[in-house]
Unconditional design. Structure first.
Length: 474
């Protein structure tokens, strides 16, 4: 959806303030969202455009843009005038607000009015349930103290909880496979995560407008995502959510797969302990013809590819690990609770681990670092970046029907095949009779006799065609 506008649309608080404080910026986003509403969202959620009482948001938007008499004089000029005069109503219906309205919201979050279109939806089929999320027009830009410096890709605050509305409130999948569509990776590969952490350094070489778009980890939004998707899984006899979830994402101009193995006795932000045992797989795909010089290096170099290998190699900016581990505690914000000690053996330093804003810590084993927790974590998960493995699949060979036995008619031969001695058809004559010839041996070409071979004294008679070896062309 956001490619109708720009790559960094609603990416940061600064973007929203700069773009939505100017009429031109508001008009550009209005044009993009209006085009999306009619050219794509109408097909995604057609019930939003059905005329009804009270009026649906789509039908109201259609009435504002409709041309009653398109063949009349000056019809399209009048249409442009009406589009300009009705912009305030149109923006309210497509979820667009000026900078002052966003500053008045908690966490400076972009939002939709109750009467506006919503771009998230769910599809239920006999074997699958697909939840399509909207993380562009429902996101928050909280104070870094409240978020650890990251954008909340789905808003959750005192005003609205989009993790609940877009995920938990959808129909129960029961025994269907649950698929959740995200616009960006959860999480991305190591080079993107490194560039996000070192955004100032990364933008020296080239401007990356969408660095803060992915669901990195550990982060508040990623922990909330795991809580939301595991809430949709069925509950077993012991009261534990168990099953698998498939995340579908893209927008990186290459493809990869990852897996998170999640175990919890008390999930992040649950008001009462809820147990979960789940596997969250991620499949990332992009268009075939969208690669560029920065993404082509991922194909030969894999998960640790770098467009500036000398710099990243010297300073070890890219974490070269395909497996990571994380543990967390479900604690109140700003609790400043001590949860363990990390010892650096090489230098003899000791770090006391306290959970404040982020309640998840990196527990990936490192040879020179010793991590000791003061108590068992409430939840833990393991991230694996996956590689393809060679597989052999035996396909059953189709059975060939036997040839007709004994005498057969031409119709039977056409139906069951021909034998090696059966001449093949080479054409037909006007009378309808079929002209046939015998198959030639491989490498031998049949040509008519040359006139000089039929002269007296040659000892040859002009009888059948003379076999002649095929000459290779140079």
């Amino acid at each position: 959806m956001y490619h109708e506008v720009t790559d960094d649309w609603n990416m940061t608080r600064d973007f929203c303030r700069k773009v939505y404080s100017h009429p031109l910026g508001q008009r550009i986003v209005q044009n993009g969202l209006t085009a999306y509403a009619f050219c794509q969202h109408w097909g995604n959620v057609p019930e939003d455009f059905v005329p009804a009482t009270p009026a649906t948001p789509g039908s109201t938007l259609y009435a504002l843009l409709d041309t009653p008499n398109p063949t009349g004089p000056g019809a399209f000029k009048q249409k442009a005038t009406d589009y300009n005069n009705r912009s305030a109503q149109i923006r309210g219906l497509i979820g667009l607000h000026d900078a002052a309205a966003l500053d008045a919201r908690t966490d400076n979050a972009v939002f939709h009015e109750p009467f506006a279109l919503n771009y998230h939806y769910s599809i239920v089929s006999p074997g699958h349930q697909i939840i399509v999320t909207d993380t562009r027009t429902w996101r928050a830009h909280p104070n870094p103290r409240e978020s650890g410096g990251a954008t909340n890709l789905l808003t959750k605050n005192t005003q609205v909880d989009m993790f609940k509305q877009q995920n938990i409130n959808t129909p129960n999948p029961d025994d269907r496979q649950l698929l959740v569509v995200l616009t960006t990776n959860a999480p991305p590969i190591q080079p993107i995560r490194s560039a996000t952490r070192q955004s100032g350094l990364a933008n020296i070489f080239e401007h990356f407008p969408d660095l803060f778009e992915a669901w990195d980890l550990p982060s508040v939004t990623f922990d909330r995502l795991l809580t939301a998707v595991t809430s949709k899984l069925p509950v077993d006899a012991s009261g534990k959510h168990t099953g698998s979830v498939i995340l579908l994402s893209g927008d990186v101009h290459f493809a990869f797969a990852s897996r998170v193995i999640y175990r919890a006795t008390n999930r992040f932000e649950d008001t009462a302990p809820v147990r979960a045992d789940a596997v969250v797989a991620q499949l990332v795909a992009s268009s075939l013809k969208k690669q560029d010089k920065d993404t082509l290096v991922v194909h030969p170099d894999g998960y640790f590819a770098s467009t500036h290998p000398t710099l990243t190699g010297i300073f070890k900016l890219i974490r070269e690990r395909r497996t990571e581990g994380y543990v967390g505690r479900n604690l109140p914000k700003h609790s400043n609770t001590r949860v363990g000690v990390r010892t650096f053996a090489a230098i003899g330093a000791v770090e006391v681990l306290k959970l404040d804003v982020l309640t998840t810590i990196d527990a990936t084993p490192v040879p020179v670092i010793d991590l000791r927790l003061s108590r068992q974590p409430d939840y833990r998960y393991r991230l694996d970046y996956l590689l393809p493995t060679a597989q052999t699949i035996e396909f059953p060979r189709p059975s060939i029907p036997p040839l007709p036995s004994g005498a057969s008619t031409p119709k039977q031969r056409r139906r069951g095949g021909t034998t090696a001695s059966t001449p093949r058809r080479t054409g037909s004559r006007p009378s309808g009779r079929v002209r046939r010839r015998r198959r030639a041996r491989p490498g031998v070409r049949t040509v008519p006799p040359h006139p000089r071979d039929c002269r007296p004294g040659t000892g040859r008679r002009p009888t059948a065609a003379t076999p002649r070896r095929r000459r290779s062309r140079r």
